[in-house]
Design a protein around this ligand. Sequence first.
Ligand SMILES: NC(=O)C1=CN([C@@H]2O[C@H](COP(=O)(O)OP(=O)(O)OC[C@H]3O[C@@H](n4cnc5c(N)ncnc54)[C@H](O)[C@@H]3O)[C@@H](O)[C@H]2O)C=CC1
Ligand SMILES: CCCCC/C=C\C=C\C(=O)C/C=C\C/C=C\CCCC(=O)O
Length: 257
Amino acid sequence: MALNDKVAVVTGAAQGIGRAITEILLQNGAKVALLDVKETEAKTLKKALDKQYGQEKSLFLKCNVESEEQIKAALQRTVETFGGIDIVCNNAGILNEGEWEKTVSINLVGHIKVAFLALQHMNKLTGGRGGVMVGTASMAGLGPFFTCPVYSATKHGVVGFTRSMAMASTASGYGIRFNAVCPGFVQTDLQANIPVNLGQFSQLRDIAKQLEEKMGIITPSVVAECVLELVTDETKNGEAILVKHNEKTYVPFPNPI
Ligand SMILES: NC(=O)C1=CN([C@@H]2O[C@H](COP(=O)(O)OP(=O)(O)OC[C@H]3O[C@@H](n4cnc5c(N)ncnc54)[C@H](O)[C@@H]3O)[C@@H](O)[C@H]2O)C=CC1
Ligand SMILES: CCCCC/C=C\C=C\C(=O)C/C=C\C/C=C\CCCC(=O)O
């Protein structure tokens, strides 16, 4: 799928992995709506993007993915501005085992809200153009992660939701592919803020730190390359790419049908 003039929505776009996804989509010719709660960071980024790609290529919309109302409004503005939606990068997320209900609310409930509301615009059965949704899950969505059980549960949820939606889409004819990227440790604010966000599991941090040192840490742009592949390769549906230092793996899954 060529990206020239395709329209993408990226949640959690102001920084980290979402910012890298935004940049790679713009580099490849897409128009991008940047959704985030961080207004200052997003506006600074938007200015830089305007200089490089032209101001008509992107749009910042303040949007908390916990709010159905705000998501609806942001998607509507995207459609009014760019004429439709072809790509959703469902990326916003937090890691906070102390505030575990908020972690579930953003990472899983918010993720599903964005997907279902975007589906209304993209579904070929209801007049949409079809397209692709890529969720940012985690390696912690493929196996247990002892320092952050709730975070890990939300990411397992994202992987299960993505793969089930891929099958639902194929069986129903939505014309939308659903894929997930599952990174290991990535150098971002989320990772830098770990020391204060492990809650009742903070005593396990040193063991996790050792795991991180052994596994290595990657940059957001490495994750964005995988997202680009999942967006552009039309053979990929229900795919989950595990990406960590020096390694990219396509994770097999059992097809129950
Ligand atoms: N950093 C890491 O090691 C890894 C991160 N991930 C996932 O990558 C995604 C992006 O995280 P990072 O870039 O690392 O973190 P980050 O903290 O640098 O960026 C997250 C962005 O999401 C936004 N955000 C948070 N809550 C939001 C909400 N309710 N509504 C809208 N936007 C919201 C933040 O304002 C921020 O701009 C998350 O889903 C995270 O779980 C996955 C694997 C590893
Ligand atoms: C099946 C094994 C799971 C390994 C998960 C690997 C990486 C996951 C990363 C994330 O999704 C989130 C980022 C950080 C994880 C949390 C704690 C790390 C603690 C180390 C540190 O203090 O930096």
